[in-house]
Design a protein around this ligand. Structure first.
Ligand SMILES: Nc1ncnc2c1ncn2[C@@H]1O[C@H](COP(=O)(O)OP(=O)(O)OP(=O)(O)O)[C@@H](O)[C@H]1O
Length: 536
């Protein structure tokens, strides 16, 4: 057999990457401060993570090295844990994002766009993919913030079996052995887990009950669903026919009503503009027409039938509502727009076209990740807290891990990735929400388009383009606009409704209302005067 010379040995070692890396890490740790400073963190981390793929040596490594440099070992372990959970993070973030879409700020949008079914589906899909890996605030839950009562019960759960054993061992020493004590110990840790789980479940149930309670606190939200399918008559190709008979409405807790005795008929296919001072009831009127609320008195009729008779989901499917309370969902920009029409939610061409009509193309171009950008990323940065010495190399390694960290004095917090994205301006958000509405208009079911002050933050060109694009979509639909700026719309309106103190004070076309010199003429002239040449 050939003898191996001493000179050949290093070559043999270097052929095995695992051994080489192990020695590399070992050497580094042994020389600690002196060598660590000259070691490149990225290489270091890559080597460390590869090292950990070999499980049999992990235990040995930890035991040997922990005594030399505990912080570094903790870092390795954290890194390993990170690698393990990383694949689940996308699903975790998705779960939390979809879950947060059930919050109050998105309620109106979700209801308007009839998205509850989609959200439930997406949530259960993401949750399924996630399995049992994560719950809310993952790492914190793993540690389970121990409250006093929980601590007490945990302690008791651990000690009761031992007390039981001691009592019986004293009573009958022959029967009880050390192995029975071990079994009891095992059982007690199972008991502790059950206690922890019970408290976790209890807090979840309490949270759910609170949510349900707050949902039902607002009386007008409780709408009784109808049974009749809403399918516009075949000969009604121009949208909904809407009629209000003696309609009044008051919000709960409001001293005087928001609407009084409204009588109105809007024929299918008309383009209607509602104008009036602040608080005159314009938005409330839209909310009744779209059945966000039910009238306190009187009747709202759609195609001759009381609005309450129709199935709510059918009505929602037939309406596209764009209002001033624009909310951007905590999902990607593409999905934000796509959710306007779920059937085409992943069609990039339809999304691109909708973005163009909504004036959002430039906004999307300005975002680093374009349609994939998440404007309000889910905040998941709540993780383990380690007491580590402040050390440049450690900080560099943390940078390499791509985890969010906060360095405050001696402690370093680990958490999940939490990307900061440039927050869009109010005008940019309006454009994105408008794009979602244009996406919604792809649906052949839309018969009513109600647009409530969607351009308050848009520049004049953006506003003009938005209204022109909306008007271009009017075929087969009734369109209602609420606006304070008459310029682009009133001259195109088939019907202008001028409101004051919760009633319609004037109704007609621009050329009919102007000569009346009434409320409409006054509001119109105030705006027109702004463009008149200044008086000397
Ligand atoms: N959710 C609410 N709860 C209680 N009162 C409300 C609510 N929303 C509106 N109101 C009140 O109802 C009245 C009509 O409000 P509405 O929003 O319909 O007016 P508006 O003409 O659309 O006003 P603006 O031009 O400022 O948007 C106002 O007195 C307003 O304060």
């Amino acid at each position: 057999m050939a003898q191996t010379t001493n000179a050949e040995k290093p070559t043999v070692i270097s052929k095995s990457p695992l051994v080489k890396q192990t020695i590399g890490i070992w050497t580094t740790v042994r020389f600690k401060e002196s060598l660590v400073d000259s070691f490149k963190p990225t290489h270091y981390w890559a080597a460390a993570s590869r090292y950990f793929t070999s499980l049999p040596v992990v235990r040995r490594f930890v035991v040997d090295v922990y005594t030399l440099n505990p912080p570094l070992v903790l870092l390795y372990l954290m890194g390993k844990a990170w690698k393990g959970i990383e694949p689940g993070i996308t699903d975790y973030i998705r779960t939390v994002a979809i879950e947060s879409m059930s919050e109050e700020e998105f309620r109106q949008d979700i209801v308007n766009n009839n998205l509850s079914g989609y959200i439930m589906d997406e949530y259960s899909k993401a949750r399924k993919r996630l399995g049992t890996h994560f719950a809310r605030n993952t790492l914190r839950e793993l540690r389970l913030e121990a409250k006093l009562l929980v601590q007490l019960l945990r302690a008791l759960s651990g000690e009761i079996p031992v007390l039981y054993f001691t009592y019986h061992a004293l009573k009958d020493p022959a029967v009880h052995t050390m192995s029975s004590l071990a079994i009891l110990r095992q059982q007690s840790s199972a008991l502790i887990t059950s206690v922890d789980m019970s408290f976790l479940m209890f807090s979840c149930i309490m949270q759910t009950l609170n949510n349900i309670q707050s949902l039902y606190k607002v009386r007008p939200l409780i709408l009784v669903d109808g049974t009749i399918e809403y399918s516009p008559q075949k000969d009604c190709r121009s949208g909904m026919d809407l009629e209000l008979k003696d309609v009044s409405f008051e919000y709960p807790g409001m001293k005087s009503g928001a609407l009084h005795d409204i009588n109105l008929h809007i024929r299918a296919g008309q383009l209607v503009v509602i104008v009036g001072e602040n608080g005159s009831g314009k938005s409330t009127l839209i909310k009744l027409l779209s059945r966000m609320y039910d009238a306190s008195e009187g009747t709202v009729l759609i195609d001759g039938l009381a609005i309450e008779e129709y199935r709510l989901s059918d009505l929602r499917d037939a309406m596209a509502l764009l209002n001033q309370e624009h909310s951007i969902y905590p999902v990607s920009m593409g999905e934000n727009i796509g959710l306007g029409y779920v059937a085409c939610a992943t069609d990039p061409e339809a999304i691109g076209l909708a973005a163009e009509k909504g004036g959002a193309t430039e906004v999307l171009k300005s975002l680093d990740e374009g349609l994939d950008t998440v404007l309000h990323p889910v905040k998941t940065a709540r993780g383990l807290e380690l007491e580590l010495p402040k050390h440049q190399v450690l900080e560099d390694i943390l940078d390499g891990l791509e985890v969010q960290r906060e360095v405050s004095g001696m402690s370093i917090r680990f958490g999940f990735r939490c990307l900061e994205v440039t927050v869009a301006t109010a005008g940019e958000k309006q454009r994105l929400v408008a794009a979602r509405t244009f996406m919604r208009l792809c649906s052949p079911k839309i018969k009513l388009v109600a647009v409530d002050e969607p351009s308050s933050a848009l520049d004049p060109r953006g506003e003009l383009e938005l209204f022109s694009h909306l008007r271009a979509e009017r075929v087969g639909k009734m369109m209602i606009f609420v606006t304070h700026r008459f310029g682009h719309l009133t001259c195109h309106a088939d019907l202008i409704l001028c409101m004051k103190n919760g009633t319609i004070v004037e109704a007609g076309r621009h050329e009919e209302l102007l000569p009346l010199n009434g409320e409409y003429a006054t509001l119109y002239k105030i705006q027109a005067q702004a463009f008149a040449p200044a008086q000397p």
